[in-house]
Design a binder for this molecule. Structure first.
Ligand code: GDP
Ligand code: CA
Length: 336
């Protein structure tokens, strides 16, 4: 079976780990392609940093700090401390020493003319993530957040990482601007991985600044709409709140309620039932958390989104593999 996953960082990486664990026994020989979000990328101190690609690569390659969920295990922060001693900004970014080696290799290869997709494959030769990891685009796309300016009535845009890490998403956001997305093309293999797959999964990644960003690269949303594979998503929202992180702040910025059902309505049904919805959306199926969100099944099914309620907490590898198994099972039930 060929499976394609559109992933952000922690949620996408953990889910994919569980998916691989499930496939090892249930469908050995399956091929998984992960299309990674690069809207979170930031250039700091001359380094090109791709937090979401690295989270996927380290998580699947057993190099992640499980405790933090990002960056390397056994990490030290000497470079960060030395930079702080020079008083250089920004001081809020978690630049680990081991992690910096990855950023150095990437930056050097990019400077040598290799596209990000080739650089990512090269980095993955070390980590052997067990998936084909492709950035959504080789072109630079950066998510910026519109916040209030210093003068009353004015607004300014700051880099997503400044908003997310420095301000903990507490500055009210008026929207997101994807700098560069108007000219960005999907990286080689991205559109084919969506059209020529047996199953497309939307893991519990941030619907706005992870999956929403990937979908905005020219051609990707259309490829999802057109694929013959079933498209099944897993809710990142459980009991009206993100399981981890501040996705609620992202959802309110685009006017979407923080609930499992509202995120599904935001993605939309691929084949809305008569009277059940309007423009064609993305989802054939949707998983919600049984203990808190089972009510969404009755709300979403009439809209044309086959919804099932199962436990959705990725507490350990086995629990996460169960979620992946439930997503595959749901996909088989909606396969046309
Ligand atoms: P980021 O780029 O590191 O922010 O990661 P992603 O975009 O891939 O995923 C973040 C989302 O994962 C958040 O909105 C969380 O609510 C969600 N998430 C994290 N852990 C879990 C979990 O155990 N279960 C579910 N359903 N969602 C989770
Ligand atoms: Ca991210």
């Amino acid at each position: 079976m060929r499976i394609t996953v559109l992933a952000g960082g922690i949620g996408g990486a953990r889910f994919t780990r569980g998916l691989l664990h499930h496939l090892r026994t249930a469908a050995p020989g399956s091929e998984v392609t992960v299309i990674g979000n690069t809207g979170d990328d930031i250039r700091l101190f001359g380094l090109q940093i791709c937090p979401d690609l690295d989270t996927v690569m380290y998580s699947l390659g057993d190099g992640i700090s499980v405790e933090r969920g990002w960056g390397r295990e056994d990490e030290t922060f000497t470079i960060k401390e030395e930079l702080a001693a020079y008083g250089v900004q920004p001081g809020w970014f978690g630049l680990g020493d081991r992690d910096t080696a990855t950023h150095l290799v990437r930056s050097q290869m990019l400077a040598g003319g290799y596209p990000l997709s080739a650089v990512t494959s090269a980095l993955c030769e070390r980590w052997q993530p067990g998936v084909r990891l492709i950035p959504m685009s080789d072109d630079r796309v950066e998510t910026h957040v519109i916040v209030d300016g210093d003068e009353p009535g004015t607004r300014r845009a700051i880099h997503f990482q400044e908003w997310w890490i420095k301000h903990r998403a507490a500055l009210p956001a008026h929207g997101f601007v994807l700098v560069g997305v108007d000219v960005a093309k999907p990286a080689p293999g991205v559109l084919e991985a969506i059209s020529d797959t047996d199953l497309l999964l939307l893991p519990p990644s941030n619907p706005v600044v992870s999956i929403g960003t990937i979908l905005q690269v020219a051609g990707i949303r259309d490829a999802v709409l057109a694929t013959t594979a079933p498209v099944v998503g897993v809710s990142p929202i459980v009991g009206g709140a993100p399981v981890r992180g501040m996705a609620d702040a992202c959802l309110s910025a685009i006017g979407v309620e923080t609930s499992a059902a509202a995120v599904a309505r935001h993605y939309g049904a691929r084949q809305p039932t008569p009277g059940g919805g309007d423009a064609a959306g993305l989802l054939d199926g949707w998983l919600v958390h049984a203990a808190s969100d089972a009510g969404a099944v009755h709300e979403l099914t009439p809209l044309g989104i086959a919804t099932r309620a199962v436990p959705l907490l990725m507490t350990d590898l086995d629990a996460t593999a169960e979620i992946a198994a439930a997503a595959i099972d749901l996909a088989e039930s909606v396969r046309r």
